[in-house]
Design a protein around this ligand. Structure first.
Ligand SMILES: CC(C)(COP(=O)(O)OP(=O)(O)OC[C@H]1O[C@@H](n2cnc3c(N)ncnc32)[C@H](O)[C@@H]1OP(=O)(O)O)[C@@H](O)C(=O)NCCC(=O)NCCS
Length: 429
């Protein structure tokens, strides 16, 4: 075998071109991620209870809330003002028509890559899964409509989640799917949406606990990340990826050699690997997540929700030992992107690594099985962050490094120290 058949991963980055194309985009990361440095002034975020870039480091800083505890009286009751001819709505995603509106808004206006070649295309089934975990609140699926036409032009969602940050378990809202119609960009609508999505939560939670935190991720650099992570991409269908401009044929590589390089077996290699059934894997996952500085705290019902196999939404497999014990878990989710303006393909099917627990099976073998299963179910590329223990194994599995970041943020919670990516054990969709 020549060196080029099996290049070091650093070389893979140049040869494959994955790093040039969509380094970030298909990793939920970043159209705006052109700057790694903080802006001079954050007109909105500078006023919010989030850690700021210019805070003086202090040895006495410890984890804790930023805002003073509030009472219901402190909380604004009336909705945040919208420009004339726009109105707030609660989107009912159990209504097919309303779900279709969200789907269409996101399909046309959600995250794109820098070159506007790819745009996330979350499926309706995926949106159901992502927005309706146990205990979800319909009220936290906030939309903005044009009053005169009823057209849905913006959306933001929250879901309840308990997240452990270092030693503290926080009842949080996970904010996601912030999207403003392209024609309404740069009109300061996003801050209004963000405030609204948090205000509904404040009203309820202050009553119950006198606390309130939110967790969110973004490619863009805002005050102030608790962790910065990096996406890696592994070609599963290199011919298509090259054809749609996601990657390039590397110098001195033929298509035949590229196909050979990324070829995978047809079946998983780990004995006892099977699709997860609605059985309990909560203990396995909970024990594993204890090692991470930020991680979800999931009860059994939540584990079932997040990990039960759903075709083309979430793929979960377990390794069952001969005595019936479940020893390992692997999962990934399906997030396609629209391919913009390509005559041959209109869709790129990406798999994203989800919660994976190596125990009896070494992580590289488990992850290799994830690649095999993703390939066998028609995915074109497999994306993973350098969270958990991934960084140690991505190169050997022929992932190419991206150069965009995914940042994790906490609202109204300060951490004493930023976390390295290998201490992150939380995955947001
Ligand atoms: C993200 C998006 C809603 C921002 O809307 P916009 O019209 O560009 O921005 P607005 O003028 O309304 O508001 C700007 C403020 O929002 C902040 N902002 C921009 N993107 C943000 C994000 N992803 N998360 C949180 N805040 C964000 C900006 O930093 C700015 O605040 P600042 O003055 O304190 O810096 C819009 O660009 C969009 O829908 N993009 C495509 C989907 C997307 O990227 N969603 C976010 C996924 S993480």
């Amino acid at each position: 075998m020549s060196g080029a058949d099996n290049p070091p991963a650093g070389a893979l980055q140049q040869q494959d071109g994955l790093a040039e194309r969509l380094r970030a985009a298909l990793g939920a990361i970043t159209i705006e991620d052109d700057s790694q440095r903080p802006k001079q002034n954050y007109a909105f975020w500078g006023t919010q209870p989030v850690a700021q870039f210019n805070e003086q480091p202090s040895t006495s800083v410890s984890d804790g809330p930023i805002d003073k505890p509030k009472t219901v009286a402190d909380v604004r009751k009336e909705p945040y003002g919208l420009p004339q001819n726009f109105e707030w709505v609660t989107c009912n995603i159990d209504n097919d028509g309303e779900l279709k509106e969200i789907y269409e808004l996101l399909s046309a206006h959600y995250v794109e890559d820098d070159d506007n070649m790819f745009r996330f295309a979350y499926s309706r089934e995926f949106l159901h899964w992502a927005l309706q975990p146990p205990g979800y609140k319909a009220l936290w699926h906030c939309g903005v409509r044009v009053s005169s036409t009823g057209k849905l032009v913006a959306f933001i969602s929250g879901i309840p989640a308990t997240v452990r940050v270092n030693a503290t378990s926080l009842k949080t809202v996970e904010i996601n799917f912030l999207c403003v119609h392209k024609k309404l960009r740069h009109k300061r609508l996003a801050p209004v949406l963000i405030k609204a999505s948090t205000a509904t939560e404040i009203t309820r939670r202050v009553n119950l606990h006198d606390i309130w935190q939110a967790v969110y991720t973004a490619g863009v650099l805002l005050p102030k990340p608790v962790a910065e992570c990096q996406y890696w991409h592994r070609s599963l269908n290199p011919k298509k990826l090259i054809s749609i401009g996601f990657s390039r044929l590397a110098p001195r590589m033929t298509m035949a050699r590229t196909l050979k390089l990324y070829k995978l077996p047809k079946q998983p290699q780990t004995p006892g690997m099977r699709q997860m059934e609605a059985r309990d894997v909560a203990t396995l996952l909970a024990a594993y997540l204890k090692d991470y500085a930020i991680a979800p705290v999931l009860d059994e019902e939540e584990v079932r929700h997040w990990l039960s196999y759903q075709p083309d939404v979430v793929h979960t497999y377990v390794v069952e030992a001969p005595d019936g014990r479940l020893t390992d878990l692997l999962s990934f989710y399906t997030l396609p992107s629209s391919v913009i303006g390509n005559e041959q393909y209109d869709n790129l099917k990406a798999a994203y690594m989800f919660y994976t627990v190596p125990a009896a099976t070494p992580l590289p073998q488990l992850m290799n099985d994830a690649l095999i299963l993703a390939h066998a179910t028609g995915h074109d590329v497999f994306n993973a962050l350098d969270i958990f223990e991934n960084e140690k194994i991505l190169k050997e599995l022929k992932f190419g490094i991206g150069d965009g970041k995914l940042r994790y943020y906490l609202f109204n919670w300060r951490v004493a120290q930023e976390m390295p990516s290998n201490k992150v054990g939380l995955i947001m969709l």
